[in-house]
Ligand binder design. Structure first.
Ligand code: PGA
Length: 257
């Protein structure tokens, strides 16, 4: 059970799935299923092309808000193919996922780039979901904590004490993403404790205590309650199981508090 100071966040990362039409169909079914939920934030991160449609549909919702899956760190300029924070804000985007392992490992994003993105997101009033996590070989070599610290210190390198509370950290062990292998509750809790203690060592304790730490990696309706019951798990970032409205509605309806 997370601290009552921190409102749980259940976030859907749709990756490169769903057209505009599919986004509309999903939300038409999903929103009535979660209508009565409270004491949590539900976040949907569709592809860029569906942000406008999704933003229009959820703009009246108090519960559900919109995230982008990535962003560039400049407001405008000659950056072919990139999307800026001001463009995201036009669609009512509130959050932005940064440093997802697919960005790091498929597209070669380095910690230094992710740091600039986190800084720019905050400067533009977007809330970063900073993703961190170790690869399988790093875990097996006993390097998990070292990798997490490195990714945290880079990700927060440009973030001051006042702003730090606006960042959510998503712990996503790379070996658990899209593989059906979830971290055991002990593995998740250990990593989350380590992340919390790093945060406490770098920011005022009140601020560090506000930062939500989400778990991600094969979260599904069957395991979400067990994960959310862990003391330092403040939410979930969900890929595959967020693509069907019924499944993500069950996840969003997890026990909190
Ligand atoms: P998964 O993806 O739930 O399909 O493992 C999680 C993520 O990549 O954020």
């Amino acid at each position: 059970m997370n601290s009552s100071k921190r409102k749980p966040v259940l976030a859907a990362n749709w990756k490169m799935y769903k057209t505009v039409a599919e986004t509309r169909d999903f939300l038409k079914v999903f929103l009535p299923l979660v209508n009565n939920l409270s004491e949590r934030e539900v976040v949907i991160a569709p592809p860029f092309t569906a942000l406008s449609a999704a933003g229009e549909i959820i703009k009246e919702s108090e519960l559900v808000s919109l995230a982008a899956q990535n962003m560039y760190f400049e407001q405008k300029g000659g950056f072919t193919g990139e999307i800026s924070p001001i463009m995201l804000k036009e669609f009512g985007v509130k959050w932005v996922i940064l440093g997802h392992s697919e960005r790091r490992h498929i597209f070669g994003e380095e910690n230094s780039l992710i740091a600039l993105k986190v800084k720019t997101a905050l400067e533009n009033d977007l809330l970063p979901i900073l993703c961190i996590g170790e690869k399988l070989e790093e875990r097996e070599a006993g390097l998990t904590n070292e990798i997490l610290e490195k990714q945290l210190s880079a990700g927060f390198s440009e973030v001051g004490n006042q702003e730090a509370g606006k960042v959510a950290v998503a712990y996503e062990p790379v070996w658990a993403i899209g593989t059906g292998k979830t971290a055991t509750p002990d593995q998740a809790q250990d990593a989350h404790i380590h992340i919390r203690s790093w945060l406490t060592g770098h920011f005022d304790s009140g601020i560090a205590g506000q930062i939500r730490i989400l778990y991600g990696g094969s979260v599904k309706p069957e395991n979400v309650n067990e994960l959310m019951a862990l003391p330092d798990v403040d939410g979930a970032l969900v890929g595959g199981a967020s693509l069907k409205p019924g499944s993500f509605a069950q996840i969003a309806s997890c026990r909190v508090g």
